[in-house]
Write a protein that binds this ligand. Structure first.
Ligand SMILES: NC(=O)c1ccc[n+]([C@@H]2O[C@H](COP(=O)([O-])OP(=O)(O)OC[C@H]3O[C@@H](n4cnc5c(N)ncnc54)[C@H](OP(=O)(O)O)[C@@H]3O)[C@@H](O)[C@H]2O)c1
Length: 351
């Protein structure tokens, strides 16, 4: 099979490095372009990232030698652009690529809530891809933008989906303990983080309180009608390298038994008949041990794409509480963005 040529915008950053690692061994895609800011363009990829490469695996040799380009669609040798751009610049650059005919798969917040842009988590809402057709018409272009959610929302909505399908969500309260890599590089100052819990992440609570309703919303012609449940979020940065940990409490319209909750989590596998290399075998892993999941032990389950759930118990104020763990740069960013494009290919949305 011919591999599809792809580029990464923001290839030198925390999420961009994950894209490089994952795309170099991908069965459908060939990474042919790496793009970043003026500071990096003109250098080889190795020169641009030598002092800030943060992934355990070595920089792939072929990519190390590529020239970093600026983020302009002109003359690039690829059909798809994965965006890991800083949100201060992502909005306009992604528009430029979509208007120039590229399929753009973005990790940035800028276009997530646009009415004709899908905010995708394939296990939850793959049918939302249909709204791309309205977007192409608006742009008068074959190009379009798809997005994945904020890294902490990405883990949250996966267990919320089977709960909503079976028992209807009414209210969700979530407290996060988010990893250092979620802030990009260099991120927060070490002085704020060592021996501390840092209780503010700019814009994060607002994203967690609004994105789940779009993701779990219903396709309504050319847009999505948001779900009605309410989410309240309190977000914190903790001294963990990778893996966002979340304490979730839910109130449902119909109170199930604890066994029914476990059963609906374990049965959840809506992509089982899709041929998508980045999907995990199990989107939700229910851990029965009383002290799991833990970031250091469990963040790489399902190659970083499974959401681990544990400590499911009755709540004294709402119905049930549980803890979850999901990998913020894999499930919460690069690998989900790749899964979204695999879904585009599977559903025939790529030329
Ligand atoms: N980190 C996570 O866990 C995570 C999870 C989900 C979503 N996100 C989102 O993903 C995006 C990237 O996050 P990150 O953590 O990877 O950030 P990062 O480490 O700060 O990387 C930012 C990237 O944007 C590039 N860039 C900055 N200014 C630019 C400009 N003017 N023109 C072109 N490129 C420019 C940088 O290139 P240079 O190296 O040349 O400056 C770098 O490649 C953000 O929108 C973030 O909110 C991050």
């Amino acid at each position: 099979m011919r591999k599809i040529k792809v580029g990464v915008l923001g290839a030198t950053g925390t999420v961009g490095q994950r894209f490089v690692e994952l795309l170099e061994k991908h069965p459908f895609f060939e990474l042919s372009e790496v793009c970043a800011s003026e500071k990096s363009s003109g250098k080889t990829y190795l020169e641009a990232v030598r002092e800030k490469w943060k992934i355990k695996a070595e920089i792939p040799e072929r990519i190390a030698a590529l020239e970093v380009k600026d983020c302009s669609p002109k003359g690039l040798d690829c059909e798809i652009a994965f965006s890991a751009l800083d949100s201060n610049v992502a909005g306009q650059i992604e528009e430029n690529f979509a208007n120039a005919g590229f399929a753009v798969s973005s990790n940035s917040k800028n276009h997530r809530m646009d009415a004709d842009v899908p905010l995708l988590v394939p296990e939850v809402n793959h049918e939302h891809l249909e709204i791309i057709n309205a977007q192409k018409e608006r742009r008068n272009s074959e190009g379009f933008i798809i997005t994945n959610p904020n890294c902490s929302t990405a883990g949250l909505v996966i267990p919320l989906k089977p709960l909503d399908d079976s028992f209807r969500l009414d209210k969700v309260h979530v407290v996060t303990m988010q990893a250092l890599s979620g802030a990009g590089y260099p991120g927060n100052s070490a002085i704020d983080l060592i021996d501390n819990v840092y209780p503010f992440i700019s814009g994060e609570e607002e994203k967690m309180e609004t994105e789940p309703q779009k993701i779990l919303g219903k396709l309504n012609g050319a847009s999505v009608k948001n779900a009605a449940f309410k989410v309240s979020a309190q977000c914190n940065r903790v001294f963990v390298s990778d893996g966002h940990f979340e304490c979730v409490t839910v109130e449902l319209e119909k109170k199930p038994s604890i066994e029914e909750i476990i059963e609906c989590f374990e049965a959840f596998n809506p992509l089982k008949n899709f041929n998508l290399p980045s999907k995990p075998e199990k989107p939700i892993i229910v851990m029965k041990e009383k002290d799991r999941p833990q970031p250091r032990l469990d963040r790489d389950k399902g190659d970083g794409m499974s959401v681990c759930v544990g400590r499911i118990k009755e709540s004294k104020t709402m119905h049930y509480s549980f803890n979850l763990l999901s990998h913020n740069t894999l499930r919460g960013a690069a690998m989900s963005s790749i899964l979204n494009v695999e879904l585009l290919a599977e559903k025939g949305f790529l030329k």
